[in-house]
Write a protein that binds this ligand. Structure first.
Ligand code: XUL
Ligand code: CO
Length: 443
């Protein structure tokens, strides 16, 4: 366990460091499954997950929604000076992160410190906070999983940033990405994320989709070149999302992004950051998106949250569905883990969750559900016939004519000949209910 780091003031008073107490524990402020040093499938839980706290939801998002203002009144949001206020917020952030023993955090530039309209002033504010964060990271051992730039909130980005029809707007996005990359590099950030906030369109009536996507690709190449030139060794992640805030986002889903990365020759530097609620908005399951990324060798990182089965928008709730996360962990384990990334809680407590403890409950629940899912998935892989059932389903391709087909050595006439000689195929069950029960048995 690392040290708890507080500033001059303690913000989460009366809450100590959260401990692992095991499944017999009745303490809601303890981990029941997440034991960072426990080895599962040859790696500690800490290494498997690389859990990260999302700065924006936990320390900036204040419970406001389109129908009402803030309900989360932050003690750290009081100082009138933007840099001092940002330092208070960072004190609160590192206190929270170290009390939960989270090994990582993630931020957008404007989460860390408020930006105005002066590029140089914004850069100097961010640099001041980077210096402050360096000390905090050293004291605590907490690391930056990824940095990013918010290219969607400022009014200038209402038509996108790198896909904006106005070149001038694109240059402001570039200035922000440069500063966010500098900050990520200075803090030893392990990855850098591009979520295409408003990179999409509202109507094709005013949109040249092809040109916008070319600009997007060129922008990514330019940012990549800058970061590499300045010593960034980490991975860039694209985070797919099909819609919201724009009607149609260019990074629709994993398959779309993989095609884009291939077309614009970005596969050497970019992988995917997959978010649960973005997957479901795209009409997929989280598992589907993970599998698409894993099959392409691009399973980089995860934004953990969940949607709501009745609501069609990005509710960003904390994960709590053991079946969904167990199925996800099966895919992640089979893929050999996440490539460079971790599990970032891109999730927010509800507008009416107003106790200081609520943010702790939310993260404890999320970490425990992943830990329990990992243990379950590993048991399924080790002890059950899960893999065997799946492999046997394809066994007709393992040898003989099936293998020859896979190798590309059979013609269409050869295939016809096989069908003629062998008559009607046997009826074979897909055994879905058997497999669904198997998952529940191991949970
Ligand atoms: C928005 C979203 C973002 C990205 C980072 O839906 O997921 O918070 O994760 O820009
Ligand atoms: Co996200």
């Amino acid at each position: 366990m690392g040290n708890v780091i507080t500033g001059e003031k303690e913000f989460f008073k009366g809450i100590g460091q959260i401990q692992f107490e095991g499944i017999e524990s009745d303490n809601p402020m303890a981990f029941r499954w997440y034991d960072e040093n426990r080895l599962v499938a040859g790696k500690s839980m800490k290494e498997h997950f690389k859990f990260a706290c999302a700065y924006w939801h936990s320390f900036v998002g204040n419970g406001s929604d389109p129908f009402g203002g803030p309900t989360h009144i932050f003690e750290w949001d009081k100082n009138p000076d933007p840099v001092e206020r940002a330092k208070d917020k960072m004190d609160a952030a590192f206190e929270f992160i170290t009390k939960l023993n989270l090994p990582y955090y993630c931020f957008h530039d404007v989460d860390v410190v408020d930006y105005g309209n002066d590029i140089q002033e914004n850069e100097s504010r961010l640099q001041a906070l980077v210096e402050y964060a360096k000390t905090k990271q050293q004291q605590s051992g907490v690391n930056l999983l990824w940095g990013t730039a918010n290219l969607f909130s400022h009014l200038r980005y209402m038509n996108g940033a790198s896909t904006n029809p106005d070149f001038h707007v694109l240059t402001h996005g570039a200035a922000q990405v440069k500063a966010a990359l500098d900050a990520t590099i200075a803090l030893g950030g392990e990855n850098y994320v591009f979520w295409g906030g408003r990179e999409g369109y509202q109507t094709l009536l005013n949109t040249n989709m092809k040109r916008e996507q070319e600009h997007f690709a060129q922008f990514l190449h330019t940012a990549r070149d800058y970061a590499r030139k300045n010593g960034f060794k980490g991975t860039f992640f694209i985070e797919p999302k099909p819609c919201e805030p724009t009607k149609h986002q260019y990074d629709y889903d994993c398959a779309t992004v993989i095609g884009f990365l291939q077309k614009y020759k970005l596969l050497d530097d970019f992988k995917l950051n997959i978010e649960v609620n973005h997957a479901t908005l795209a009409g997929h399951t989280f598992q589907h998106e993970l599998q698409v990324a894993a099959d392409a060798g691009l399973l980089g990182s995860i934004d953990a949250n969940r949607g709501d089965n009745q609501n069609g928008w990005d509710t960003d709730q904390f994960p709590n569905d053991i079946n969904e996360i167990t199925e996800a962990m099966l895919i992640i384990l089979e893929a050999g883990g996440l490539q460079g990334g971790g599990v970032n809680f891109d999730a927010k407590i509800r507008r009416n969750s107003t106790d200081a403890k609520d943010l702790f409950y939310a993260h404890i629940g999320g970490m425990d559900i992943f830990a329990r899912a990992l243990i379950t998935a590993d048991n399924i892989m080790q002890k059950s016939d899960y893999r065997k059932v799946r492999e046997e389903r394809y066994s007709s391709f393992d040898n003989g004519k099936g293998k020859e087909f896979e190798n590309g050595s059979l013609s269409l006439e050869d295939l016809r000949q096989y069908a003629m000689q062998n008559g009607e195929p046997e009826v074979r069950s897909g055994r879905q209910e058997y497999l669904e029960n198997l998952i529940n048995r191991y949970i």
